[in-house]
Ligand binder design. Structure first.
Ligand code: SAM
Length: 287
């Protein structure tokens, strides 16, 4: 079962089952075993670990991961694929759950599958129409994921990995940094997918950690989001509507910026997570 990602295997399987890929589900199947091997190797799965996978497709990552982990639980929205996977002779430690990964209760489905708190990782070649919400669901979840290894569009990987002051730095970079330490595993050309998407991809690894900053999360992200709402504006101007909502004046904002040691002419993209953390705490002192 290790040649699941061979182009001729995938083509034959699809032909035999009369399966056509569905664009609306972001179906681009990996047809390069070498890339599949590298993704799974980067997850460094241990025999006592459980994997939650989003979108197993035709099982390329799923089957290989099942050889290394204790259990793989995979959520697939397309019932045609669930039926095909059900007929293939898969490893016995694979459980396929039909449903929308964004809507499903992950903790509940893992518990139903027999998960009792074993170490957990999330691995997925993500459907690109849902990349950011699925990553955020994984990071914000209370489940103890050790890491997330995900294939995303190259430009999303750039945003995830961006440092302050670069053009790609923004809400997603800060949100990922809040929950994890991101790193690039692999750049992936569009040619290794069937059908080939019209963008290149990359695999990123997000090693989770407890938040390294201490401002209340909701308020911190309200400040971050407001600061990036209009990238051209200075943080001082961009934050005015929000601080009004919080019952603060422009003077309060100036004081908070000064106490957080931030120049009032700065734009959001110049501020690090620590800067936003200090600023949020100073603003909250005035509320
Ligand atoms: N893992 C396979 C591979 O690497 O070849 C397929 C990856 S393909 C990019 C994305 C997969 O996610 C497809 O199988 C698609 O049907 C599935 N999918 C799309 N939206 C989904 C959702 N909301 N919940 C669960 N699976 C979804």
């Amino acid at each position: 079962m290790t040649q699941m990602a061979h182009p001729s295997f995938v083509r034959k399987l699809m032909k035999e089952r009369g399966f056509n890929t569905k664009k609306r589900f972001g179906q681009n199947f990996l047809v390069d075993q070498n890339i599949v091997n590298k993704i799974v190797a980067s997850a460094n799965l241990q025999g006592d670990e459980w994997v939650l996978e989003i979108g197993p497709g035709l099982g390329a990552l799923t089957t290989l991961m099942a050889q290394e982990a204790e259990q793989v639980v995979a959520m697939e929205i397309d019932r045609d694929l669930v039926a095909i996977l059900g007929e293939l002779v898969l490893e016995p430690n694979i459980q396929i759950v039909e449903g929308d990964a964004l809507a499903l209760d992950w903790e509940e489905l893992l518990k139903k599958a027999g998960w009792q708190g074993q170490p957990l990782k999330l691995v997925a070649n993500l459907p690109y129409y849902l990349t950011t919400p699925l990553i955020m669901k994984g990071l914000e979840s209370d489940l103890p994921f050790r890491e997330l290894v995900v294939m995303v569009q190259r430009e999303v990987a750039d945003r995830i990995l961006a440092e302050p002051a670069s053009k790609d730095f923004g809400v997603l970079s800060l949100a990922v940094q809040y929950f994890s330490e991101p790193s690039l595993v692999l750049k992936v050309p569009r040619t290794v997918f069937l059908p080939a998407p019209n963008v290149d991809s990359a695999v990123v690894q997000l090693k989770t950690h407890p938040p390294q900053v201490d401002a209340p999360r909701d308020e911190l992200f309200a400040v971050i989001r407001a600061s990036f709402q209009q990238r051209r504006k200075t943080v001082r101007n961009a934050l005015k509507p929000l601080i009004k909502e919080w019952g603060l004046s422009s003077e309060d904002l100036d004081t908070a910026l000064e106490r957080a040691e931030l120049e009032s002419g700065l734009r959001g993209e110049r501020l690090s997570l620590e800067d936003f953390n200090r600023l949020t705490k100073e603003l909250l002192k005035g509320v």
